[in-house]
Write a protein that binds this ligand. Structure first.
Ligand code: NDP
Length: 292
């Protein structure tokens, strides 16, 4: 919304995170409000961990319509909210808050955003085998969505194996999917990789161009999709090597788009203008670095 159009009717939404300077969500959400002619404006807020509870109070005090939540607040914010969706309860983390007459409702749209990004490519997950690299907040959301999509087996590999094991314990009874936790060394084992149809990087390794973990790319099937939640650099080290091995790749842009589109509809009640949001995101990403 152009600053001249801001008036007493304008609703404010935003994003809480630290750091926040590189977020691409404002460009995407403001383009969506403009495209739908909605009187909303989306603002990035730098919120330090020590200020989180006061920042949440300010959603009520300033009558914000809602906020997105990003690193490092997604898990800790749960305790400050009034109600949670089933998904947020299950993931124990929130990326979207909706202010319903002073009652704050927490939702997590990351897992559904991830699934929608696969669905638009007609990628089936039912009875497939998947490797998840990472065991942090995003890995948890994606694990939940993959179990619900009835994957046959999910192998979680992580630097701190205890974190991967904790995920297995938490979610092993959620569905029929078989879960296992292994160390990062497992990525070099051809026998582990040969039947996998999807390998997802849920870590921030590669964001600064650092080398990715050794992985037996050539041992995967030619159809195995390599998916990186990161979307900067354009081809992360993980995706570059997969491309060199001539495997299909996908970066985190479409997930970012879909999780944002779901948040947009929660705040406004209006279907999100996906094409406009995607265009705005791609325009912004040509010039900026990766961050949600
Ligand atoms: P968390 O901090 O919750 O988890 C980080 C994970 O990365 C942990 O498993 C951690 O392992 C691992 N890790 C971090 N540094 C290293 C390292 N140097 N070597 C090995 N492993 C490492 O982060 P999130 O899960 O919330 O986010 C991960 C990334 O995904 C972020 O970069 C974020 O921007 C991106 N993301 C993208 C989204 C999108 O829409 N495209 C949505 C959500 C996230 P350990 O357990 O050992 O500490």
């Amino acid at each position: 919304m152009s600053p001249q159009l801001i008036n007493g009717q304008t609703r404010i939404v935003g994003i809480f995170g630290d750091p926040i300077t590189h977020t691409r969500s404002p460009v995407m959400q403001n383009a969506a409000f403009c495209a739908c002619n909605l009187p909303y404006v989306y603002i990035p807020f730098l919120v330090k961990s020590t200020d989180l509870s006061r920042a949440v109070q300010s959603i009520r005090a300033l009558n914000l319509a809602g906020v997105n939540i990003t690193v490092p607040h997604k898990e800790r914010i749960v305790r400050y909210l009034d109600t949670l969706s089933d998904e947020a309860k299950l993931c124990r983390s929130v990326n979207t808050v909706v202010n319903r007459q002073g009652k704050l409702f927490g939702e997590n749209t990351d897992g559904r955003g991830f699934l929608l990004s696969l669905k638009e490519r007609d990628i089936a997950l039912h009875q497939q085998e998947v490797v998840l690299i990472g065991a942090g907040g995003s890995a948890r959301s994606i694990l939940v969505s993959l179990i619900r999509a009835n994957c046959a087996r999910i192998t979680i590999v992580n630097r701190t194996q205890a974190h991967a094991r904790a995920l297995v314990r938490s979610y092993r009874s959620l569905g029929k999917t078989q879960l296992e936790a292994l160390s990062l060394d497992a990525l070099q084992e051809p026998s582990l990789l040969k039947n996998k149809s999807l390998i997802v990087n849920c870590t921030s390794v590669g964001l600064q161009g650092q080398n990715f973990f050794p992985l037996a790319y050539e041992s995967t099937s030619h159809e195995c999709l390599f998916y990186d939640l990161l979307y900067r650099p354009e081809f992360t080290p993980f995706l570059q090597k997969a491309r060199r091995a001539r495997r299909p790749v996908l970066d985190g842009r479409r997930m970012l788009l879909y999780q944002g589109a779901l948040a947009f509809s929660l705040w406004t009640g209006v279907p999100a203008p996906l094409e406009k949001m995607g265009q705005a995101l791609n325009r912004g990403l040509r010039h900026r670095s990766n961050f949600r």
